[in-house]
Design a binder for this molecule. Structure first.
Ligand code: ADP
Ligand code: MG
Length: 323
């Protein structure tokens, strides 16, 4: 049983950034509006995620660490679920199987919070603790019991950069959440959480990048496109600043990328690439994606509506900018 547990854990937990991705998604699901992530040594020795969400009731705490225990609805037809279906209710169990996990949590109607410690998947402590409403997870010594996985970890700075990328995507996909990231004691990201995408972009990419953007707001054939693209003069040397989100989730879509670049054709200097932060929204029912749970690439059964919406949305923004 123990070996099976470790193998299953490896599917979800590949490196520190995958732990952080799961924990911050849980925090957002819990309704958090303020979320702080701290890591040390690339997250390998220490990760802490603090949220002001709904918290976990005492009797639900041990249950949350059981595989396939989830408090979340299981509707098959939303992208969120299709993308993570294989992992439903597996994150906490998987993390606890390969690290030392400590939890502080309190719901709104509990007087006392819960301090819970789980080590190697075994409960070590469950006691009263005073704490604010919300949840704090501390994850220490990732892969202490799976040296083979430990060996695959890259240098601390590389792992920390992967966590930073997860935090950037979180900030850009949830402008309504104030996101803070502290790396080896230094704050490297802090978004206001005012609900404005532009504020999040400013916090993530800085003043100069933000100043070079123009807005996109377009709906076409059931696909809504909103966000920002670079003005032609502010194009980039490569594609690294093209960011797409589908129904609030970071995705890579070849179709969206081609549509973006197609719309910019003739407006850019040779060798320049447009930058963007674009949110695509479509009815969950019409999202027929073909993805592996761990991958971010999406493919649609019909790519046309995505192409058209991005192309015309960006083209419209460019025309308005020109005139
Ligand atoms: P899933 O997110 O798929 O439900 P997880 O293993 O990630 O599975 O989490 C298990 C359960 O623990 C969640 O369904 C939720 O009830 C609870 N939980 C986890 N993190 C939080 C959090 N930050 N705030 C409130 N509840 C949480
Ligand atoms: Mg989860």
């Amino acid at each position: 049983k123990h070996v099976a547990e470790l193998i299953a854990a490896g599917e979800v937990v590949e490196r520190p950034s995958s732990v952080i991705k799961e924990l911050v998604e849980n925090a957002v699901d819990a309704g958090a509006t303020v979320l702080t992530v701290e890591i040390k040594n690339g997250g390998t020795t220490f990760m802490r995620v603090t949220d002001n969400g709904c918290g976990i009731a005492r009797e639900d705490v041990p249950v949350a660490f059981l595989r396939h225990a989830t408090s979340k609805v299981k509707v098959q037809d939303d992208l969120e679920n299709i993308a993570t279906l294989g992992f439903r209710g597996e994150a906490l169990a998987s993390i606890a199987a390969v690290a030392h996990v400590e939890l502080l949590t309190r719901t709104a109607d509990e007087l006392a919070g819960t301090h819970y410690v789980i080590f190697g998947g075994e409960e070590e402590c469950c006691e009263d603790a005073g704490c604010a409403q919300g949840t704090t997870f501390v994850v220490r010594d990732l892969f202490y019991n799976t040296p083979a996985r430990m060996k695959f970890l890259k240098k601390d700075v590389t792992e920390a950069n992967a966590v930073a990328a997860v935090m950037d995507r979180l900030a850009l996909s949830h402008p309504e959440v104030s996101v803070r990231f502290i790396r080896d004691g230094k704050e490297t990201l802090h978004t206001p959480g005012d609900g404005k995408l532009k504020s999040a972009i400013y916090a993530v990419f800085g003043k100069e990048f933000t100043a070079g953007l123009m807005p996109v707001e377009y709906a076409y054939n059931g696909v809504e496109v909103s966000g920002f693209v670079s003005k032609p003069a502010n194009a980039r040397p490569n594609r690294s600043m093209q960011h797409f989100f589908l129904n609030g989730r970071y995705v890579k879509s070849r179709t969206a990328m081609v549509a973006l670049e197609e719309a910019f054709k003739g407006s850019l200097m040779v060798g320049k690439m447009p930058a963007c932060v674009l949110h695509l929204r479509m009815a969950y029912g019409s999202v027929d994606v073909n993805v592996h749970p761990a991958k971010i690439e999406v493919r649609f059964s019909n790519e046309r509506p995505i192409f058209d919406a991005v192309y015309h949305g960006v083209k419209t923004a460019l025309n308005q900018w020109d005139s």
